[in-house]
Design a binder for this molecule. Structure first.
Ligand code: QVW
Ligand code: ZN
Length: 328
C-alpha cells in the first residue's frame, strides 16, 4: 500500500531486501509469524484506532504542560547512546543533544527546523502527566488484542509506550533492542529496514561497553567495506508503515528506521514488552540465544579486565590464528 506511491522518496542501499508481509489480524499466518518471532505488519489491528486523530494541535492542547525528551541533531541521524557509558569512553562525541522541552517548545522547533539543520525528534514515554482526552484515547487502544498476544507468546510485562514525533527524513540508525515491540504508526510514513538476528556478523555492532552498544558501526549511506566487508552480504527485509499499521518488531532483530522524506512529520507509539521466561534450552541454540550469550561473555571479559582499553587485544589474542581461518 504505502510503498508504491512513496517509492520515489526512498533511497537505494547497497544490500538487497525482501518485503515484510502485510497481513490481516484475522489471517492465521499473522499469529504464526508472531509466535515464530518473525516481523509482520498487521494492517487492521485497530491497536491505535482511538489515536488516529492525533495531530500537533490536538496534542499541544491535550498532552499537558510537562517536559518532554527531545533529541536534536545537526544531520538526519538520531543515534541513541547510553549516557551511563559516555564518561568511561574517551574521545566519544555525542551524536545528538538531549533536551527537555514543553510540547509547544518542541512544536515551534519542529516548525522552524524545516530548512534542514537542527533537526528534532521527540521520544517521550506516555505517562500520568497527560490530559484527560489523551487518557481516554490511550484507554481506547486495542488492549485486548495486544494483551492476548503478550499472553499467547509469553512476553514479560509491558515496559513502556513511547510516543515518537519525528521530522520527515529523520533516521534512527540500525540497532537491535532486547525487548519485543509492537510498533504502531499514527501519522506519516516510516520505512523499516530489518535484518534477522543471524546477520550479527554482517552488522558489526559497537562493543557492549561502548555508549552505542547494540548499534551497527556501519554507515548505511556510505558503508566502509574495508572495515566491514560482510555488510556486503547482509540480507534485509523492509516495509513502509502508515497510519493504522502495526509492525511486530521481534527482540534482537536489527532495524534502521527512516521517516519517509517529503511526507510530513511522523507520529508513532511503541508497545515494548520484556522478554519472556527462558524455558527449556534446545540445541543448537537459536541466533537470538547466541547474541545474548556473546553479550554476556563480552561483558564478563570487560569486567574481569576492569579496563576497556585491554579488551580488543585480549579478544584478538584469544581468536587470531586459533579460531580464525589460516592465511591462504
Ligand atoms: C524510530 C525504535 C524507534 C525507531 C525509536 C525508538 C526510540 C524502536 O521502536 O521509530 O525511529 O528503534 O525500537
Ligand atoms: Zn529500536
Amino acid at each position: 500500500m504505502a510503498k508504491e506511491n512513496k517509492n520515489c522518496n526512498l533511497k537505494e542501499y547497497s544490500f538487497a531486501t525482501e518485503e515484510i508481509p502485510r497481513l490481516s489480524i484475522n489471517n492465521p499466518e499473522t499469529d504464526k509469524r508472531i509466535a515464530d518471532g518473525l516481523p509482520v505488519v498487521i494492517t487492521d489491528s485497530g491497536l491505535v484506532q482511538s489515536a488516529l486523530h492525533w495531530d500537533l494541535d490536538y496534542l499541544q492542547e491535550n498532552i499537558g504542560d510537562g517536559k518532554f525528551t527531545v533529541y536534536k541533531s545537526n544531520n538526519k541521524r538520531f543515534q541513541y547512546f547510553d549516557d551511563k557509558k559516555v564518561d568511561s569512553c574517551k574521545d566519544f562525541q555525542k551524536p545528538m543533544e538531549h533536551m527537555d522541552l514543553t510540547f509547544s517548545e518542541f512544536v515551534s522547533k519542529l516548525k522552524t527546523a524545516k530548512a534542514g539543520k537542527d533537526r528534532v525528534y521527540l521520544q517521550q514515554a506516555l505517562n500520568e502527566g497527560v490530559g484527560k482526552r489523551i487518557v481516554t484515547d490511550f484507554l481506547g487502544f486495542n488492549w485486548s488484542w495486544v494483551t492476548e498476544q503478550q499472553k499467547k507468546n509469553k512476553f514479560g510485562a509491558l515496559t513502556s509506550n513511547l510516543l515518537l514525533i519525528g521530522m520527515e527524513g529523520n533516521v534512527t540508525p540500525a540497532h537491535y533492542d532486547e525487548q519485543e515491540n509492537f510498533f504502531a504508526q499514527i501519522r506519516g510514513y516510516k520505512r523499516f529496514i530489518m535484518f534477522h538476528p543471524d546477520q550479527f556478523k554482517c552488522m558489526y555492532p559497537y562493543p557492549t561497553y561502548h555508549p552505542c552498544d547494540r548499534q551497527s558501526q556501519v554507515d548505511f549511506d556510505n558503508p566502509d567495506f574495508k572495515r566491514f566487508p560482510k555488510f556486503k552480504d547482509a540480507k534485509g527485509y523492509e516495509t513502509v508503515v502508515g497510519p493504522g499499521d502495526v509492525l511486530f518488531l521481534p527482540m534482537y532483530w536489527w532495524h534502521h528506521v527512516e521517516s519517509v522524506p517529503e511526507q510530513g512529520h511522523t507520529i508513532s507509539v511503541t508497545f515494548w514488552y520484556k522478554a519472556g521466561p527462558i524455558g527449556n534450552i534446545n540445541y543448537p541454540l537459536s541466533p537470538q540465544q547466541k547474541v545474548s550469550m556473546m553479550r554476556n561473555l563480552e561483558k564478563m571479559i570487560h569486567q574481569a579486565l576492569n579496563n576497556a582499553d585491554e579488551v580488543p587485544e585480549f579478544m584478538q589474542n584469544m581468536v587470531l590464528g586459533r579460531y580464525t581461518d589460516p592465511p591462504s
